[in-house]
Design a protein around this ligand. Structure first.
Ligand code: NAD
Length: 478
């Protein structure tokens, strides 16, 4: 049994002041696997004070010192890759392959940030001015439950590269992953207070952090609804706010696509992380003339997907994170039926033989109209909507008719044609004939999918503030 009742503040694991204890449940078995005591506002204030003290010396660190810190963090997290993978499986049912990818990406984030910083000019000349890229200051890093280690490590890596101390607030639904990651980060041996980690509810710990005057930057990943609350809370003290939010991504199969690879990739995009991914391609746009053929192929492939124990390498879809998420998915399946979509795979209820655990049936609707709730709202489960289109122009219109714009996927045998289409899609990233991102390229959303970019140079600059110093050229003594 896990027992998590410490925060990580000022370089040490300290008992939590808060007194709310909640049970951790394995979503594949519904068994209680531990307890976590949540931090409160008092803990949050202590973490912010520690980060503020550390910020003074962090601001003075050289590029080389920051690169050393990043290398230490990379080595420490790399050594814990398997533990991070295993807790992601245990805590939210991540399928093995996904858990493996995320746990490797966690340590890689530090190597990427070190590489970016190495080539980044923190000091430049612009006309008469010297421009100094300074750390923005104490940063709050918020993570969602569906991508704990990856989100924390990529944000922390950019913050350290920029010279910022931070307060990290993962989701209260990820205590095990947070506990294991905190131990790994601690082993890197960084100076006290450079990063502090606490688990608590958004309504008190999250709110305390997003309103506290000593926090100058917020880097938030989570839902659009929470992002709006945080942006409003932060504006009172003019915090710099970066938001990576909800998605409802379109996968566009063009009429010249290689269907053998395109359909398989589009289904992977739709159902990745059990459908609980911000970048899930949950709207599949297909040429109407090929719709019947594509639907038949989708039906066969989805019917053959293994749903079950997330530790099994053959499993494509594990359980959803909790009962609330299970109920939410059931609601949307009923909504799709009520609004007239045609069910071609899956449906309400649990998969046959899986009576325990928050397992749902991978579900596909055809004949979906883009105005239906299942095409407009983020379901966050393995539910795919197939939407037919009559022309390439209409495919673009449908893809863009969404309040969100995080990522899009295009499948075509003509990369140049797909690039032209990409230029017209309202999305932060467009992936052509692939579903894996480039982790040094900027990542983020347009419209209600977010503000700002993470990763690479753009991720670093989100934690920097430019200062211009202009000296009178005729100044005596120059
Ligand atoms: P969430 O918005 O409920 O929570 C995210 C974080 O915000 C958690 O740490 C939570 O405790 C905290 N929080 C909640 N209320 C708060 C408040 N009032 N003040 C401050 N903090 C508060 O999101 P979630 O359910 O954990 O994650 C799923 C969502 O995240 C989905 O919408 C998904 O699309 C999105 N997401 C986006 C990306 C991206 O990069 N764009 C990546 C992963 C997940």
């Amino acid at each position: 049994m896990w027992k998590i009742n410490h925060s990580y503040i000022d370089g040490a694991f300290v008992p939590v002041h808060g007194d709310e204890t909640v049970e951790c449940i394995n979503p594949a078995t519904e068994a209680v696997i531990g307890t976590v005591t949540l931090a409160d506002r008092d803990d949050a204030r202590r973490a912010i004070a520690a980060a503020s003290r550390a910020q003074a010396s962090m601001s003075r660190t050289s590029k080389a010192e920051r690169i050393d810190m990043l290398k230490q963090l990379q080595a420490a997290v790399l050594a814990s890759t398997n533990e991070i993978r295993d807790t992601a499986i245990e805590e939210y049912g991540a399928p093995l392959a996904r858990a493996q990818w995320v746990s490797r990406y966690a340590s890689q984030s530090f190597a990427n940030a070190a590489q970016v910083l190495e080539h980044y000019e923190l000091l430049r000349s612009v006309g008469d001015a010297t421009v100094v890229m300074e750390p923005v200051g104490v940063s709050a890093l918020f993570a969602p439950w569906n991508s704990t280690a990856g989100t924390i490590c990529s944000k922390l890596a950019s913050a350290i590269a920029a010279g910022c101390a931070s307060v990290i607030k993962p989701s209260e639904l990820s205590p095990l992953q947070t506990g294991v990651l905190a131990q790994a980060l601690h082993r890197a041996g960084l100076p006290e207070g450079v990063f502090n980690i606490l688990l608590g509810r958004g309504s008190d710990v999250g709110d305390e952090i997003s309103t506290h005057p000593q926090v100058t930057k917020i880097s938030f990943t989570g839902s659009t609804a929470t992002g709006k609350l945080i942006a409003r809370a932060g504006i009172e003290t003019m915090k710099r706010v970066s938001l990576s939010l909800t998605g409802k991504s379109a996968s566009i199969v063009l009429d010249d696509a290689d269907l053998d690879t395109a359909i398989a990739q589009a289904l992977n995009a739709a159902f990745m992380n059990n459908g609980q991914a911000c970048v899930a391609g949950t709207r599949l746009l297909v040429p109407r003339t090929q719709a019947k053929h594509i639907i038949d192929r989708v039906k066969n492939l989805v019917g053959a997907m293994v749903v079950g124990n997330p530790r099994n390498p053959a499993t494509v879809i594990g359980p959803l994170v909790n009962k609330a998420q299970f109920d939410r998915v059931q609601h949307y399946i009923r909504r799709g039926l009520a609004q007239g979509a045609t069910l071609i795979a899956g449906g309400e209820g649990r998969p046959i033989g899986l009576d325990t655990g928050y397992f749902v049936r991978p579900t596909v609707f055809a004949d979906v109209n883009n105005d239906m709730d299942i095409a407009q709202e983020e379901i966050f489960g393995p539910v795919l909507s197939i939407i037919p289109y009559d022309s390439q122009e209409q495919a673009i219109e449908i893809a863009n008719a969404s309040p969100y714009g995080l990522q899009a996927y295009v499948f075509s045998r003509q990369p140049q044609r797909a690039r032209h289409l990409a230029a017209r899609l309202q999305a932060g990233s467009v992936l052509i004939n692939r579903i894996t991102p480039e982790l040094l390229a900027p990542f983020g959303g347009v419209k209600q999918s977010g503000v700002g970019r993470e990763f690479g140079v753009h991720g670093l600059e989100a934690f920097l503030e430019a200062k211009s110093i202009v000296v009178d050229q005729d100044e005596p003594g120059e």
